[in-house]
Every structure is written in C-alpha cells, then in structure tokens.
Design a binder for this molecule. Sequence first.
Ligand code: EPZ
Length: 422
Amino acid sequence: MEKLLIQGGVSLDGDVRISGAKNAVLPILAATLLGSSPSKISNVPHLRDVTTMMRLLGQLGASLTVDEKMAIEVDPTTVDSCLAPYELVRTMRASIVVLGPLVARFGEAEVSLPGGCAIGARPVNLHIDGLKAMGAEIQVEEGYIRARAKRLKGARIFMDLVSVTGTENLMMAATLAEGTTVIENAAREPEVVDLARYLIRMGARINGAGSDVITIEGVERLSGCAHRVLPDRIETGTFLVAGVMTGGRVRARGADPTIIDSVLAKLAEAGAEPVIDGEDIEIDMRGKRPRAVSIHTAPYPGFPTDMQAQIMAMNTIASGTGTIVENVFENRYMHVQEMQRMGADIRLEGNAAIVTGKDRLYAAPVMATDLRASASLILMGLVARGETLMDRVYHIDRGYERVEEKLSGMGAVIRRVQEMPT
Ligand code: EPZ
C-alpha cells in the first residue's frame, strides 16, 4: 500500500505548472462518443480518474491512442457496447457522464448507479429526470440505469438543484436531440463552459453556457475535433494555499486567473495578495502568517466546495478564527477528525466548522478519505512539526497529477513510500 511521507516545517519557494482540469477532461472524454469521427483531446492530466474514463471508453468499444504528451485520440466509430459496468463506475462516480452521450448517439445506455461516496449520497435523480423529459424510457433496476430512446426530443428542463455533471449530461444529450432544449438553473462552472466549447467545435448549437440558462438546438450529427482542456482551478488553488500555509512563495504557471476569483479574493483576505501576470499567479507570504477567513461554499461563481478542505487547513494555522459553511454536500467534513488528530482546533456545528488557528500542528499518521480531504492533509503535513504519514494515497492520485513531484519542485520534503503489509 503506497503512502506519502511529508516532513513539516519547510517554506515552499518555487514555480508549479498547472495541469489540465480533471472535472473538464472527464465529461469531454465522454462527449467524444457523440462524434461520428475521432477527436483529439490535449492538456490531459495524468490522473487515475482519467485512466478510469479511458478504460470505460475502451470497454464501450471506442479505440484510444495516447501520444507522448498525454494527448488522447478517441475514435468512437468502433463503439459496440452501451454498458458502463459497476466494477468501473464504482471506482469513479463521474462515469455517469457517459449516460447522456450514449443515449443521444446510440439510442441506449446501461450505466451502473454510481453509489455514494465519502462526501455524500450523491444521487443522480436530476440526470434521470432530465433524460426522461427528453423522451428517454428509463428503468432503474438491479443497480443499473437502463435508458432507451429512438431519438431524444428537445425539452425545457428546470434543474431543482444546481448540478455540474447533471447539467453536463443533459447538455450533451441535447446536442443530438430533435428540436431545442432549454436547461434552466444550469451549473455555471468553467468546466461546463469548456465542455460546451468542445461541443460547439464539434458542430453543436449551444448558447448560454456559463449562465444559468443553456439553450441547445439539436443537430443531426457531430464531427470529432481537437480540443485543449482548460487549466485546473482547484489544483491552482490548492498549491497557492500550500504557499500561504508554509509562509513561502508559490508561482502557479499556466493557470487561468479569470476562473478562480472567489478563491483569490479569500487569499487576499488572508493577507496573501495574489499577483497576476498573464497565465501565472504568484503569492508571497514569506515571513507572514495568514489571517483566518470565513467561507460559504456554493455553486460557481460562489466559493468552490472542492476548495473547502484546503481553506480549512489554512485556517488551522492562521491567526484568528474562521467559520466554514459547506452548503453543497451533506457530509464533506471527513477531513475534520484527521485534522484534529494533528492538533487542529475545529468545532463542528451542523454544516458549519468553526476553526481557530493554532501556533503549531503535530505530525501524525493520517488517512485520506476523499480527494480534496487528502489534499488538505498534505497541506497540513507541510507545516506540522515532524513527519506525517498519509495512507490511501490513491485518493490523491485521482485528482492531483504527480503531487509529490510538484511539491518537491517547490522545496517540499515529501516522498512516496511503499508500506509493506503487516
Ligand atoms: C461535480 O460533481 C464535481 N465532479 C465535484 O468534484 C464537485 O465537488 C461538484 O461537481 C460540485 O461542484 C466532477 O465534475 C466530475 P453536483 P457532481 O451534481 O456533478 C446534489 C472533486 O473533488 N445532486 O454538482 O457529482 C448532490 O448530491 C469532485 O473533483 C442531487 O441531489 O456534483 C450535491 O449535494 C468531488 N441530484 C449537489 O447536488 C442529482 O441528480 C451538487 O452536486 C445531482 C446532484
């Protein structure tokens, strides 16, 4: 079992190149299924979740080739199955985004229900209700979503909740439907916009991506094309927080400063005024301690829930007290007890976490529970006194490309160790 060993007390100082966005590349790879010819997706991060999605596309019969720069060519013309099996979907719930493309392009889909995960039940009712509104016949039985439609029909769909992959699934399905679809209360995340950019380049007719009303006029067919995935705003925020917490200087290279306003505003509030220089964002907190900040997570452009654990980590060593309110997921505080074991002062009151900064944290063996929780524990290991050993490293590998290499490149003392089974 692989673990990460992190030596605390080093102030980061250096540059880090930001990878392509995990939460954009996953739906975009699924969208290649909509094309009648191959697509080439570049700036793809080397992540477990990407490998899983590639395996899923291969399982469906698509032909994939990867070049030396990790650009992926997907040829959907060889697809000969519409089954997304449980053994794959349970390892990555984002697999649900193949549902819309399969029904739209092939008239059928059999996708395992993703099941819950550490951060919540994460139902997919909005995905299913939206496809039903577009005329799909859907049965949910034996743990599978079975959907059929000769041809989907455009519909007006109001999303009860803002759902990122729900919006993505329905937007993809609508591109080949007969007539016009309007998705109201749509997710506005930059990853939704990047997906729409790719679909439009394939020949889809989409207006309003990035706003809460997206209009899609169905077309007869889409052609594959090339697309470069946008930078990962959560990876960017995570490394900037690492610089803030360690009292260092971090320059995130190849980022997109226009899609993380809410995070940059909070770092400024903490005393780490970000300096933007084109696609680079630098923070310099050498010799300084951050002030605690309060956040309320919300759909974009609100503060991203995927940065909640990282800001909590920052608050554990900041001066003062900050209140964190998690409004998107019902159980996204799995990292709290691990942080408390490192000496953090955190009080949970319902969906609020009141965090009072401490002068020092103590290294401890910790266990990652979900992707962003594991990132926050690494951040705390960077400042805790002693050596932190983090278990279940596969969680971090799902969403952060070569995390120890990127951190070591900024001076962190961190390495991956094989823990022999006892
Ligand atoms: C996406 O998940 C991201 N994943 C998540 O990132 C992110 O945390 C989340 O959006 C919120 O921004 C990908 O894009 C692959 P939602 P998603 O549907 O689409 C409820 C990470 O760390 N809901 O926007 O699954 C749901 O339970 C991951 O990279 C329903 O009730 O999230 C949640 O409370 C974690 N019914 C809320 O809506 C539905 O049918 C928002 O979920 C769908 C969602």
